[in-house]
Design a protein around this ligand. Sequence first.
Ligand SMILES: [Ca+2]
Ligand SMILES: [Ca+2]
Ligand SMILES: [Ca+2]
Ligand SMILES: [Ca+2]
Length: 213
Amino acid sequence: MTLALKYAIGWCIIVLTLLGGPPAEGQVLINEIMADPDSDWNGNGIPNFRDDEWVEVINQGPGTVELSLYFLRDITGETNHLQLNGQLEPGQVAVFFGSQAVEWQQANSVPVSGLSLNNSGDTIELITREGEEFVVQDTLVYLDHEAEDERSSGLDPETGQWMLFDGLNPYEGTQIPLGTGCFPSPGEANSCAPQVPVQNATLDEVKSLYRKL
Ligand SMILES: [Ca+2]
Ligand SMILES: [Ca+2]
Ligand SMILES: [Ca+2]
Ligand SMILES: [Ca+2]
């Protein structure tokens, strides 16, 4: 290969990189969800079954991602529940609450249902829009026992498996994912490191570890 050809190929790669393109599939994933909140997770002082639901996403790709390219919906409807917003650096997570979905729905004149995370189990899709088409980037199916008071479930960063964060409402059944005693972590990397001894922790103490509102 001539030197000139090498330079030409190199410049092509640089130009293509700078131009960017649609988000790579699998770059942003659903990282953790709470479908059945029983307290005030969004920090507005009012516990609400709809507004305090939340979905956390993670950027597992190598580059910064523009989250406004992404939408959340559940499998039952054609209507998107929320357009995400903000930018996400590699490895970072972002959490979106039901109350944000309500605001987005009101602003866009679509049915107001929040994130609509069914407490008996549901399927959530993270999608992008390419022209008039919606492309599913990630799909999460969760079960009835994951959607119980104050339980979240999410990706285990060590194994890549889906796990239950039931430290606030222990699950002793045998369905997968099994109980772990780990705590929900909206807006923070998923972890099972002990934060506060369970027997001494109040709910507010546990939440204060994560909340940045
Ligand atoms: Ca719910
Ligand atoms: Ca609330
Ligand atoms: Ca349930
Ligand atoms: Ca988390």
